[in-house]
Design a protein around this ligand. Structure first.
Ligand code: ADP
Ligand code: MG
Ligand code: MG
Length: 887
């Protein structure tokens, strides 16, 4: 098998084999652009080298053969003492990992050939400076000599000549610096700097291969979710010299502005310099436009190349170039990284320029990028001092007064303040405070903690895991490690995009994209970014086969979901309707003695629930609303057992008994469970406490009748949670149908109400065929399905176990964030296939948080689901991703 290919042999399609840099160098060579000649040693060789510690058999010979060809093309021999050919040895993996791996320039210089270079170029300074660069780079990357020692070896000359950079030294001083460097190398590496050019090349290739496995490269790959086993290619390329005087230089350029997407080239240029100088930032670059004055011919040539590249790649390209004595060379190009705003603007520009179709444009933007555009942000220029840093958990910018619990948060909000909720961590009880807040700050937990997940779902800014902050909820204050104190009511600013907390008020600007979705900004008054988003979303809507519904529990949520383009409510959770003041009713329900007392409580709840549903039905006029019957264990609505026991004990000890606590305690003890999530909840409540599901069904049917009578079109659906077996569903379905028939008889309204099931227990997925015979629809509850498939208690494992699991590569991303396609996805596929065979008319959706996750949406589309349901704020993201999945 061949492992080495000339640039002229490859193409941009071969990134797997040649790496991104190599494939694009090959492509540019074929296009006839001015690329220095060279060849690529393929990723296959790297993988073998990393596995076996040696290059595959035959590679050395292949390299020699390709080098021979390169030498003939250039008319010079590598390291020839009279007139040396110099080469660079450059890393380049399939996915760009900027600055993560090694590149070595000026290979081929030796104690002898440096004189040849000097003589042939007529420039002593240039020759010695190139040798100095090689020694430094080689020592650091190939021979592992510490950087400081190399710096020290060169800097002794600085003082003597009163200069700050090595380039400013006279040739003789650089020559002395080279001797000093060689001495450090010999001492530190235990071997002299190799004077055989072929050995230089061989060791450099191996070092570049090894640089794939450095800890920083690994960390980068984990963050960017790049697989660890791809390996890098090595590109060997004839050197061209930007460090040959004022008519030489080097630079980087973009065909459009990668920050804003604005038209027009953009870049930096550095005169009399070699590649790494631009990035090193020691010398100041000039804007690309300045090159037009310095060297108008090269500048014009560069613009032509850039426009050729854009036409060819049909996208924003970035390039690295070098000018050697007025001659332009292109050293690298790739489709350039860009911000979210630039991605949308450029995609639409390219459509207008006739370079790409709208379908292609849709593939150039992502749901995650749209998400970034939807968050408000801080004004870039501000001087508010930073207080602490944590995990950037949910992007955006929030400014508000600190509140240390829900009660305070709601009080401030009611007074018209914007609020930042500050907690050690959050749990479902904090929801009212989270809803009242614009931002959430926690001192514990990571990106998948309760606070982070809920904040992202709600579209609220969140910084979590701010460990340098200690929260004292009783004293209502937080203290930083440095002793700075935040009292309740103090102003805080959270940057959820960067994970920074500020004391005081950082100025915020709203996202115009959201203003537009909310109907507060007219398209005709909007800027080109909003128009680009709108255009691509419309195209996605026209393309997608996947419906997008919303998880909405309140009329306000439902209305927003509708404005954001939801095609229905895919999950209306009813447990939120038992919180707040209604907790008392649940307490009475649990305490009720005898059927009549229980019925009385249920009757009170019925009236409240009917109103809840009516509001949502009106908001979703004409669209389906899937109501999930009550799911959580009842004691979630009651005081905590320990807390209650303490209250009783304290009351008795102090002689003032707590009557409330004493009456509740036996009931709470009775329904206490050691594994409540696996206990009396979901359909099991429906079977053991039949009045509960019946009451909810009645509330839904009566609300439907009332709202229909008002003239709205109502399409309710009833969803039964936590079903594992078909008999469970059949039992509650009979009960539900009985109630529906009874209400229809009584009211005369015959609103069709579909009855379906949440598939969230592995047993249900595996028994889908039988279950589907009694179900009108399935909706995957992928949160519970993931918990139960992996045996992870989400609230317990995310902070304690997941960081280690992510580090160890057990999964690349939390299975609660992106669906675990291999395992949970398999259950989904089984349930879809068997469910449809049990009931060909079965409608199938997903209502877990994965419904709003871009990667998971692509899977659901491929698995043949009919819709995804997600939080209102994620609706546009899901619409875009569903469209992308269809092109
Ligand atoms: P990275 O992937 O970190 O950008 P590169 O392989 O692109 O590393 O090399 C860094 C820089 O070295 C390039 O931007 C270029 O300026 C310079 N360089 C690489 N090869 C050559 C060459 N053959 N001639 C001149 N400069 C080169
Ligand atoms: Mg580069
Ligand atoms: Mg569930």
């Amino acid at each position: 098998d061949r492992h080495v290919f000339d640039f002229a042999e490859g193409s941009m399609a071969e990134k797997d084999l040649l790496g991104g840099k190599g494939a694009n160098l090959a492509e540019m060579t074929r296009m006839g652009l001015p690329v220095p000649p060279g060849f690529t040693i393929a990723t296959t060789a790297c993988r073998e080298y990393l596995d076996n510690g040696d290059l595959p058999a035959g590679v050395a010979e292949e390299i020699t053969a390709h080098l021979g060809r390169l030498e003939r093309t250039m008319g010079r021999g590598l390291g020839d003492p009279a007139d040396p050919l110099l080469i660079s040895v450059r890393s380049g993996a399939k996915f760009s990992m900027p600055g993560m791996m090694e590149t070595i320039l000026d290979i081929g210089l030796t104690d002898e050939s440096v004189h040849g270079l000097a003589k042939h170029s007529g420039d002593e300074h240039f020759a010695w400076d190139s040798y100095r660069r090689l020694l430094q780079m080689y020592a650091r990357t190939v021979l592992d000599v510490p950087e400081e020692l190399l710096e020290a070896a060169v800097s002794t000359e600085y003082a003597e000549w009163d200069v700050a950079t090595p380039e400013e030294l006279p040739a003789g001083a650089i020559e002395r610096a080279c001797s000093a460097l060689k001495q450090v190398i010999a001492e530190q590496a235990g071997r002299p700097f190799p004077q055989d050019p072929a050995e230089q090349l061989d060791l450099a290739v191996r070092a570049v291969f090894r640089s794939w496995s450095t800890p920083r490269a690994q960390l980068y790959r984990h963050q960017e979710q790049i697989p660890d086993d791809l390996g890098t290619a090595v590109n060997v390329m004839a050197m061209v010299f930007g460090n040959r005087g004022p008519d030489s230089g080097t630079g980087v350029a973009f065909t459009r502005d990668p920050a804003s997407g604005a038209h027009g080239v953009y870049g930096d240029y550095l005169q009399d310099a070699q590649g790494e100088d631009v990035v090193a930032g020691v010398r100041n670059t000039v804007p690309l436009a300045k090159l037009a004055d310095l060297d108008p011919v090269s500048h014009a040539g560069l613009l032509t190349v850039m426009s050729t590249l854009e036409q060819h790649y049909r996208d924003l390209c970035d390039i690295e170039f070098t000018i050697e004595r007025g001659r332009l060379w292109i050293l690298q190009t790739r489709v350039g990284k860009r911000t979210a705003a630039a991605a949308f603007r450029i995609a639409v520009q390219l459509v207008d320029e006739g370079l790409i179709t709208l379908d292609e444009a849709l593939l150039r933007v992502t749901g995650a990028q749209l998400g970034q555009l939807m968050f408000p942000r801080f004004d870039g220029q501000h001087d508010v001092p930073e207080l602490a840093r944590g995990v950037a958990a949910s992007p955006g910018a929030a400014v508000g007064v600190a509140a240390f619990d829900s009660v305070a948060a709601r009080r401030y909000a009611a007074e018209g303040w914007k609020v930042v909720l500050v907690r050690r961590e959050t749990n479902p009880d904090d929801l009212p405070g989270m809803l009242a807040a614009v931002g959430i700050l926690t001192t514990r937990g990571g990106k998948t903690s309760h606070a982070a997940v809920v904040a992202r779902g709600l579209g609220k800014t969140c910084v979590c895991g701010v460990e340098s902050l200690a929260v004292d909820p009783v004293a209502r204050r937080a203290v930083t490690d440095e002793g700075a104190v935040i009292e309740e009511g103090d102003m805080l600013s959270l940057d959820g995009t960067a994970g920074v907390v500020y004391r005081g008020e950082v100025p915020v600007v709203a996202s115009p994209v959201v203003e537009y979705f909310e109907g507060r900004l007219d398209l005709s008054a909007a800027d080109d970014l909003v128009r680009a988003v709108d255009r691509l979303l419309r195209h996605a809507d026209g393309r997608r086969r996947l419906g997008v519904h919303a998880n909405a529990d309140t009329p306000a949520d439902a209305e927003r979901a509708r404005r954001f383009g939801a095609g229905g409510v895919g999950l209306c959770r009813t447990e939120h309707m038992f919180l707040g003041e209604r907790r008392k009713l649940v307490e009475r329900l649990v305490l009720a003695e005898g059927a009549s007392e229980q019925e009385a409580v249920l009757e009170e709840l019925l009236v409240l629930q009917r109103d809840d549903f009516a509001g949502i039905f009106r908001a979703m006029d004409g669209l389906p609303v899937t109501v999930r019957l009550i799911d959580p264990p009842l004691h979630e609505f009651l005081p905590d057992l320990t807390e209650l026991s303490v209250r009783v004990a304290v009351g008795q000890a102090t002689g003032s008994p707590d009557a409330d606590a004493e009456s509740l305690l036996p009931a709470v003890q009775r329904i206490h469970e050691s594994n409540p999530m696996l206990g009396l909840r979901g359909v099991r409540l429906g079977i053991l406490i039949p009045g509960l599901f019946a009451m909810q069904t009645r509330a839904i049917a009566e609300a439907a009748a009332i709202v229909t009578a008002e003239g709205w079109t109502v399409r309710p659906e009833i969803m039964v949670p936590l079903v594992a077996g078909d008999v469970e569903l059949r039992l509650v379905r009979q009960e539900i149908e009985r109630v529906l028939a009874e209400v229809a008889d009584r009211t005369g309204a015959h609103v069709p109400i579909r009855i379906g099931v949440m598939i969230e227990v592995p047993r249900a997925a595996l028994g889908a065929e039988r279950i589907a015979r009694s179900a009108d629809f399935f909706s995957f509850g992928t949160n519970d399905l993931t918990q139960l498939t992996w045996a992870f208690s989400r609230d317990d494992v995310e902070a304690s176990i997941f960081p280690r699991y992510l580090d160890a590569g057990i999964f690349a991303v939390s299975p609660f964030e992106s669906l675990d396609v291999e395992g949970v996805g398999r259950l989904v596929r089984i349930a879809v296939a068997e469910g449809r065979s049990g009931n060909p008319d079965l409608v199938i959706g997903v209502c877990g948080e994965h419904g709003g996750d871009p990667a998971s949406i692509a899977f659901f589309a491929a698995a043949g689901l009919d819709y995804v349901s997600c939080s209102p704020f994620r609706i546009p993201i899901a619409r875009l991703e569903a469209g992308r999945a269809s092109v």
